[in-house]
Structure formats: C-alpha cells, structure tokens
Ligand binder design. Structure first.
Ligand SMILES: Cc1cc2nc3c(=O)[nH]c(=O)nc-3n(C[C@H](O)[C@H](O)[C@H](O)COP(=O)(O)O)c2cc1C
Length: 210
C-alpha cells in the first residue's frame, strides 16, 4: 500500500486520537522501510554537523526499534561522518516520498555502537556483495588521482568469498540514532497537514500550521 493510502487510513481515526495514530504510523512505516526493498524511505538523508557546517548524505535504513525510538544504519568506521558524530552527536534525518508528497524530519543524537554481539549480528546480516563497501583500501573520502572503486582489483571483477571479507569487519560500524523529535508534513490538495512529536525530555504531540 502507498504511503498516501496508509496515512489516508490513519486520517480516518477519531480526532481525539489522531495525533497518536499519525505518530504510530510514521514509526510503523520506518520499521517497514527496513523490511521492504521498495519502500520510499529505505534510502534517506542522514545529516550531521561538520564543525558548524551541515553535511547530508543518503544512507540505508537498517533497523528500527519503535519502543526505544532508535534507527540504525551501517557505515565505514573511517568515513568522515563518524568524526562528525564524535565531535557533535546532534543529527537529523530527512525522509521523503515523491509519489505521496509526504515528508518526515527526525532529530536526535547519534552514537557509534560498541556492543560486540550486536555488531557481529549486523555484520552477519551483510552479504558478500555489500561487504565490499567496507573493504576500501583507503579510508573513504581520501582523494585519488584517477576514478577508483577503492578495492583490490580482483574484487572489482569478482565478488569476494565471505572468508575474504572477514578482515573488513574492522572497518564496519553501526550508527545508532536516538530520535528526540519528529515532524510530519503531508501535502494534500484539500489542504496540507503538519504535526510534530517530541519524545524527549517530555512527550508532546501537536499540530503545526503547514
Ligand atoms: C543509494 C545510496 C545508498 C547509500 N547507503 C549508504 C549507507 O548505508 N551507509 C553509508 O555509509 N553510505 C551510504 N551511501 C553513501 C553516502 O551517501 C556517502 O556518500 C558516504 O557514506 C560518504 O559520506 P561521508 O563522507 O559524509 O562520511 C549511500 C549512497 C547512496 C547513493
């Protein structure tokens, strides 16, 4: 079902419970995005601050914990976004669906996961093709003189075996973002709708003028 159809169903909820329903639907859809390869929010913009300059990039939503309001993605431990997070953990996400014209903005704080068991489980979930993303010979974002896949030449022409990918676990990082607030905007011909949710330090849901 499209995001538009899903939120249209939510909008049928009695007005006294409507804000809670939209908030719950946003989190259901975030969870669904990690399970449905074609979900419009699977690839979303993750934003950090580099000193005082905003930096955005697309990442893949990997897991969502609705109760804890945590979203995770995988990255290379050597990538600049890791340094951004260590220097300033404040982050935002931007999720958008061009078909439904629904935008969600999330704000919160990021940490680099250190739980070995969780990291190992996440690593196990990555297939050999994708593990190549962590096999860069140079740290990501290093400058180079020629177009480069940043891989050992043999892994450009063939997929490594799982065994060959194992050393790359050293470069594998899971970024965990705890979401403190959310804003939902739905562009509708009958009038746009907008609400916001605060989860921390207190819980508050409210309508906003679009
Ligand atoms: C469709 C798509 C999906 C991507 N997924 C990820 C991802 O899950 N993790 C990641 O670190 N980079 C991902 N990237 C690359 C990032 O957008 C970015 O270029 C890279 O991580 C370097 O970011 P940084 O220099 O800010 O650290 C993806 C890019 C695209 C176009």
């Amino acid at each position: 079902m499209s995001l538009r159809a899903t939120f249209d169903i939510s909008l049928g909820t009695p007005s006294g419970r409507l804000l809670e329903e939209i908030d719950a639907t946003v989190w259901e859809q975030l969870l669904l995005a990690t399970r449905m390869p074609r979900h419009p929010w699977l690839y979303s913009a993750f934003c950090t601050l580099e000193i005082d300059s905003p930096q955005s990039r697309v990442v893949v939503l990997r897991s969502v914990d609705r109760d804890q309001r945590v979203i995770r993605f995988f990255t290379d431990l050597r990538s600049p976004k890791i340094q951004n997070i260590l220097e300033n953990p404040k982050i935002s996400w931007l999720l958008f669906d061009a078909t439904s014209l629904i935008q969600v903005r999330l704000q919160g704080e990021a940490t680099i996961a250190s739980d070995r068991q969780m990291l190992d489980a996440c690593w196990e979930s990555v297939d050999a093709v994708s593990r190549r993303n962590y096999m860069g010979l140079q740290p990501p974002s290093s400058s180079c003189n020629l177009p480069s896949a940043n891989l050992s030449p043999e892994f450009v022409v063939r997929v490594p075996t799982l065994e060959e990918t194992e050393p790359a676990i050293e470069n594998f990082a899971v970024v965990e973002t705890v979401i403190h607030s959310m804003e939902w905007l739905y562009l509708k011909p009958s009038g746009h709708l907008r609400m916001s949710a605060r989860y921390w330090p207190h819980h508050e849901l409210t309508w906003l003028e679009p």
